[in-house]
Design a protein around this ligand. Structure first.
Ligand code: NAD
Ligand code: DAU
Length: 352
């Protein structure tokens, strides 16, 4: 029997690589295709352990290239799509919003058009699953949580582009009946996370005794989820979620940035056999992010009650696993922080 063909976009990135690994290892009856442009954020080293498996195929390509996407879909006729490819960093979206419109909006619409074309109204056992973010809901004050019915109110160019792509996915379901599902997740952390984001950037800087740049007063709050728990939620929603529905995914794990950074410093003092308090001295408060959302928090009640999903690790366990991974994979960190990263870091942080 022919294997089901599952396309995962952005599979060489942080979350995508965890989703690809999970699908390749857990579903030998699927042929998993990883389509990735390999931008600065995409790294095939992330998939070394599964790259030789016979149910895995890598395709280098750009979702913004409509002709390429159309031909690819006509050639392979995917049964299911899990769409993660995106520009994902808020700070970069503030410097270069157009790139986010092109990749996140146009790229998503190209994929929707190609799925429509090849499925041609035959939707049994077909699915377009769009992976999105809690940032589409805007920011919260001190209380409350985002639910699936919270009105969209994106504040950054990144979240506006993701909100727009979510709207297109919904519109293709409503207008053309395309079988879709969407999930909106909170901040992920874990292995293979590019060190432009808070946790891996701080781990890298602590290891190298560099300043730890905390934006503003560090009072902003994020809800952190271990990336493997996100990948498991995606798996459950892909297979068991209801068609046309949105599911929120979160860790029920809110931290003020400054408290998280101090917690991480203490954990790393132990791991690096430093005196307690030594790494904390590296904390430096820097100019705030423009339009910085104050607080995100997710109500995952729908996912928990419909699909019995639960996070599998506590934050303490997940963070320790993460730090251990970075400490034993310093080559990975050195590779991704050479060259273009240095330029990015200079432009973002020096004289901030
Ligand atoms: P990432 O930046 O680590 O990876 C993005 C991947 O997409 C990279 O491999 C990159 O090469 C690829 N890509 C970018 N442009 C492309 C293009 N034009 N064509 C093909 N591939 C392209 O991102 P991530 O943090 O793993 O996020 C993955 C998805 O999950 C994104 O859609 C993001 O919005 C969403 N999300 C992320 C988080 C988080 O905390 N990181 C939380 C919720 C949702
Ligand atoms: O909420 C989900 C989103 O989480 C995802 O959709 C995004 O793709 C992902 O990047 C993440 O967005 P954030 O902006 O919340 O993540 P980031 O790691 O960039 O920042 C987390 C918090 O830490 C935020 O309040 C800004 C702050 N920060 C960040 C950096 C990089 C600092 O204080 N210093 C820093 O150097």
């Amino acid at each position: 029997m022919e294997r089901k063909k599952i396309l995962i976009t952005g599979g060489a990135g942080f979350i995508g690589s965890h989703v690809v690994r999970r699908f390749v290892n857990n579903y030998p009856d699927y042929q998993v295709f990883n389509l990735d442009k390999l931008t600065y954020a995409g790294n095939l080293e992330n998939l070394k352990d599964i790259e030789k498996k016979e149910n895995y195929t890598f395709i280098k390509g750009d979702i913004t290239d409509a002709d390429f996407i159309t031909h690819l879909f006509q050639e392979i006729k995917f049964d299911g799509i899990i769409h993660l490819a995106a520009e994902s960093h808020v700070d970069r979206s503030i410097s270069n919003p157009l790139e986010f419109v092109v990749t996140n909006v146009l790229g998503t619409v190209n994929l929707l058009n190609a799925a429509r074309l090849i499925w041609n109204g035959q939707y049994t056992d077909r699915l377009f699953y769009h992976v999105s973010t809690d940032e589409v809901y805007g920011e919260l004050g001190d209380h409350g949580k985002f639910t699936e019915t919270t009105p969209y109110s994106p504040n950054s160019p990144y979240s506006a582009s993701k909100a727009s792509s979510d709207h297109f996915v919904r519109a293709y379901h409503h207008t053309y009946g395309l079988p879709v599902k969407i999930s909106n997740c909170s901040n992920n952390y874990g292995s293979h996370h590019f060190p432009e984001k808070l946790i891996p950037l701080m781990i890298n800087n602590i290891m190298n005794n560099n300043p730890l740049p905390v934006y503003g007063k560090g009072e902003n709050v994020r809800d952190w989820l271990f990336v493997e728990d996100h990948a498991r939620a995606i798996d459950m929603i892909f297979h068991m979620g209801r068609m046309g529905e949105t599911y929120n995914i979160g860790g029920n794990n809110e931290w003020k940035n400054i408290e998280l950074v101090i917690f991480l410093c203490r954990l790393m003092d132990r791991k690096l056999s430093r005196q307690e308090g030594e790494s904390e001295k590296l904390i430096t408060f820097v100019t705030d992010r423009a339009g910085h959302d104050f607080r995100y928090a997710i109500d995952s009640g729908k996912l928990m009650s419909e699909l019995q999903w639960q996070p599998s690790v506590t934050f303490e366990q997940g963070l320790e696993k993460t730090v251990d991974w970075y400490l034993s994979n310093q080559d990975w960190l050195n590779n991704v922080t050479s060259g273009a990263y240095q330029k990015y870091y200079q432009s973002m942080y020096i004289n901030r």
